[in-house]
Design a protein around this ligand. Structure first.
Ligand SMILES: *Cc1c(COP(=O)(O)O)cnc(C)c1O
Length: 221
């Protein structure tokens, strides 16, 4: 099943769009099946869970992306595991990552998480504050900003999510034009199982898919 699901998604994705398998709550054997079926990017929500799986499956030549919120006190562990941290939304967090990367001599690729619907209880920087945040982060020597990510609100009908993807794409293009040092706006990561086709229409070149690959989620965690 996992294999067929992945092949079907890969077949329909435009060539410029990269697929992240969102693996929260999935076990090592499911993740290994996904890798065998062609997945090259693993998206994890939790540092602890990622560390455990990482130990179990070892280095499979896949990239590890943190797609869930990062608590400051997990930054040290996160910079050791992840290739990309997609959820940077404050200077404080960026500075902590910069500091932790300095001590292990790593330059961390990060995306800035945009709270595109300006939802007060959600993570991500508000659209109007993205530019100033990115300008500040661009001064940190051990961080390279290579993209934006957004979740968007839960919408019904689904189509209502489109303006939030549009707005994030607009920020993506605006930041690109600034030509900031340490900023290379390459990836626009938006869209999940139910919304990725809309996201791609609005310019996403990286999508995060869980349920459409692995089926219904387990209720633990
Ligand atoms: C779970 C999750 C996804 C994938 O969602 P599905 O509906 O399972 O496709 C994508 N992004 C983030 C941040 C997630 O937590």
């Amino acid at each position: 099943m996992i294999k067929q699901n992945i092949q079907q998604i890969l077949n329909e994705l435009p060539a410029n769009v990269e697929l992240i398998a969102a693996v929260k709550t999935r076990c090592a054997s499911e993740i290994l099946q996904a890798i065998d079926a062609g997945i090259t990017i693993i998206g994890q929500n939790y540092v602890q869970e990622a560390a455990k799986i990482y130990e179990e499956i070892g280095n499979k030549k896949v990239k590890w992306h943190l797609i869930g919120h990062l608590q400051i006190n997990k930054a040290k562990q996160a910079v050791q595991i992840f290739d990309v941290i997609e959820t940077i939304d404050s200077l404080k967090l960026a500075k902590e990552i910069d500091k932790r990367c300095a001590s292990i001599n790593k330059i961390m690729q990060v995306f800035i998480e945009i709270n595109s619907a300006r939802e007060p209880n959600k993570f991500g920087v508000f659209p109007e504050q993205a530019e100033i945040l990115i300008k500040e982060i661009s001064k940190l020597p051990h961080i390279k900003v290579t993209g934006l990510m957004t979740m968007g609100p839960v919408c019904s009908p689904l189509e209502d999510i489109r303006p939030f993807f549009k707005e994030t794409k607009k920020i993506f293009e605006e930041i690109k034009l600034l030509n900031l040092k340490n900023v290379d706006m390459k990836y626009l990561c938006m869209g999940m199982s139910d919304s990725y086709l809309i996201a791609i229409q609005e310019g996403a070149n990286m999508v995060r898919i869980g349920m459409k690959i692995f089926g219904q989620r387990r209720r633990t965690i």
